[in-house]
Design a protein around this ligand. Structure first.
Ligand SMILES: [Zn+2]
Length: 337
């Protein structure tokens, strides 16, 4: 059955308790990997359930069975084709030359219009689930905005997003916001353990406390410590001209390693204050050793450089040049003089 994640049940009950005077559009948002899409889907199931238990979907009624099977007539999922393929809900046509779309297109919004005019099952809700809302292109976002300006009856729109600031502001202003926070670590750890994730504590920390991100990284078989991070910590004390690190960086996504170094930088900066690392608890000893002899000014300069790269990383013109430069700059900034 489709259920809320364990840490979402409390917030979900409070949210659904207001269903009698429910807003017609909700923006469910939070950091990546905190389960906003799962929350929206379980919310849809609960709104459609015919005999909710304590406000949440029962999992047993006809409506719940339809939602679980993906064929409830009063539920529509609007997401990019690429997302539908990832969910296994859509096949990639074998002769398709182009990649499945990463955008929510206007046709998908338009295809909702006739649906608004059909009667709902037993006069209940109709729920449109849109995710991730960031993938609405401008034309589609404007079409949705038009619909929300004169919302159809008995219809609830649930939009899930990671970065509301990347959405059309007028669209955001038409939605009630429902922020989801990073769950408390013990709940996330219990859940990750139940999913069979090894090194759950280190993974959760590396994912910034976002349990679904930690699970995804574990399932993808990503090492808790990427090889470039391992190399960096090894070579931070001296030795090596950075060539090996540059090679490792070049093999990774710039956006990933820039992000990774920013986290390490935060840990190093905590270390200079004698505080334990937040993202790499398993590396506390090595990080403390580096932090002890750090020049705070050099650390700050490198942090600025990383911030700048974060802006540019997605459009790196010359990944090799960037990797070489990063390896030299970052190693120099932490090495003893
Ligand atoms: Zn039910």
């Amino acid at each position: 059955m489709i259920d809320f994640l364990p840490w979402q049940q409390g917030p979900a009950r409070r949210w659904l308790a207001t269903r009698e005077r429910f807003a017609h559009a909700w923006l469910i948002h939070g950091r990546p990997g905190c389960g906003q899409m799962e929350f929206a889907l379980a919310g849809a199931a609960s709104l459609l359930c015919e005999s909710p238990r304590d406000g949440l979907a029962c999992g047993a009624c006809q409506a719940c069975r339809w939602v679980a099977a993906g064929n409830h007539p009063d539920l529509r999922r609007i997401r990019p084709d690429a997302q539908a393929v990832r969910e296994g809900a859509m096949d990639v046509a074998e002769d398709a030359k182009k990649q499945p779309s990463r955008e929510i297109r206007i046709e998908q919004i338009r295809s909702l219009l006739p649906w608004f005019n059909t009667a709902t099952h037993r006069g209940g809700w109709r729920v449109a689930l849109l995710y991730p809302a960031e993938s609405l292109n401008t034309i589609a976002a404007n079409a949705l905005l038009k619909i929300l300006e004169e919302p159809p009856e008995h219809t609830v729109f649930l939009l899930s997003a990671q970065a509301p600031d990347r959405l059309l502001p007028t669209l955001v202003s038409r939605c009630r916001r429902l922020p989801l926070t990073v769950p408390p670590a013990p709940e996330s750890l219990a859940w990750l353990d139940a999913q069979g994730v090894k090194d759950a504590a280190d993974r959760l920390a590396a994912a910034g406390g976002a349990p679904l991100l930690a699970l995804e990284q574990a399932r993808e078989g990503r090492p808790v410590m990427p090889d470039w991070l391992e190399l960096f910590l090894d070579q931070a004390g001296g030795g090596g001209d950075g060539a090996a690190l540059a090679d490792a960086l070049q093999a990774a996504e710039p956006a990933d390693w820039v992000d990774g170094f920013q986290r390490l930088w935060l840990d190093l900066s905590l270390g200079t204050h004698g505080l334990p690392p937040r993202y790499h608890p398993g590396q506390a000893t090595r990080i403390a050793a580096i932090a002890k002899r750090l020049d705070p000014a050099a650390l700050a300069r490198a942090a600025d450089w990383l911030r700048e790269q974060r802006r540019l990383a997605r459009h790196a013109l010359n990944p090799k040049l960037l990797a070489d430069h990063a390896a030299r700059t970052l190693l120099q900034s932490v090495r003893p003089r």
